[in-house]
Ligand binder design. Structure first.
Ligand code: ZN
Length: 318
């Protein structure tokens, strides 16, 4: 998680986790402009991982299930089309959380848009917080902490994020885009004070990534050749590869199009699945494992020819 302004919050969380005095309930406000969901996702992964150190290992079975979007002990609740989250949903969730964990680890529920909980639903949740079952964690993400009922808030660990100053934001953006920022770009950034992720979106950082995923999808399906990789963007290409393999996994498991991240690329995923109709899950898992391994190598060793390693890996898959 390369978000420097969240580093201190993460350190605190990790300390509690390592000292086993982590609360069962957490309120993490949905400050998307600061990367709150990235932070929360990392937290969920940490809780579910079978061998976490400073973060989730990214390699164990639990991590693989999470990355594929199919972890059986992870529950997510959110409002449907902006409607209130009612008591039925909470009862259903509470019931699910009382079951034994499928993966012999923690059970985690993340309630997004928690400001939409009805009073009844919030009160039902209160009971769960008063008698938490072992190794069960609840995370609530309202727009703001004050949106939750005081009785609920008082039983949760409240997280708040520091807002980065503009200098930190500029340095971070230059690092993300891997270049110096132009005067025009600096003007754009000034329009998003204290909101680095919004600034990145405005500069097109996200757009870049979707294009990469699309190119990987086409190359894997055999429609185009593999992209040209340089040492500066090897990391981003590797990430796009992981993103795409996870998407193919979702398509294979017949996840509904709404839960897929790239529904517009579904045909390409199906093309790949048709081509690899023999044990597609085994192949996808192996390819993902190779990617995680390469990512680990990238993090730990500098000076390797990463573009070449990545290309070699891709060519093995044809
Ligand atoms: Zn793990």
């Amino acid at each position: 998680m390369n978000l420097p302004w969240l580093r201190e919050s993460w350190r605190q969380l990790l300390r509690d986790f390592q000292q086993q005095r982590l609360s069962h309930a957490h309120c993490i406000p949905a400050r998307e402009e600061l990367g709150a969901s990235i932070f929360t996702e990392n937290f969920v992964r940490l809780l579910l991982c079978h061998q976490p150190v400073q973060q989730a290992c990214g390699a164990c079975k639990s991590c693989a299930l999470w990355e594929a979007g199919t972890h059986p002990d992870y529950y997510e609740l959110r409002s449907e089309e902006g409607r209130a989250i009612g008591i039925d949903k909470i009862r259903e969730l509470t019931h699910q959380l009382q079951q034994t964990a499928n993966q012999q680890g923690a059970k985690v529920a993340w309630i997004k848009e928690a400001h939409r909980l009805t009073t009844e639903a919030a009160n039902a949740l209160l009971k769960t917080l008063e008698e938490p079952s072992a190794d069960t964690y609840l995370i609530l993400s309202p727009e703001q902490t004050v949106d939750l009922l005081p009785t609920l808030r008082s039983r949760m660990q409240l997280h708040r994020f520091n807002q980065p100053d503009q200098l930190v934001i500029k340095q971070w953006l230059a690092q993300q885009l891997q270049r110096e920022l132009s005067p025009t770009e600096l003007q754009i950034i000034a329009a998003y004070p204290g909101a680095p992720l919004k600034a990145l979106a405005a500069l097109g950082g996200e757009h870049d990534n979707i294009q990469r995923v699309e190119q990987i999808a086409q190359a894997l399906a055999g429609v185009t050749t593999w992209p040209q990789v340089t040492k500066d963007d090897a990391d981003a290409w590797l990430q796009a590869t992981i993103t795409w393999l996870q998407e193919v996994m979702r398509v294979h498991q017949q996840v509904t199009p709404e839960r897929c991240h790239y529904p517009q690329l579904r045909a390409l995923a199906k093309q790949w699945l048709q081509k690899h109709s023999q044990q597609p899950i085994t192949q996808l898992s192996q390819q993902l494992a190779m990617c995680y391994n390469l990512r680990q190598i990238m993090r730990e060793q500098s000076g390797l020819n990463m573009p070449l390693l990545l290309l070699k890996q891709w060519l093995q898959w044809q």
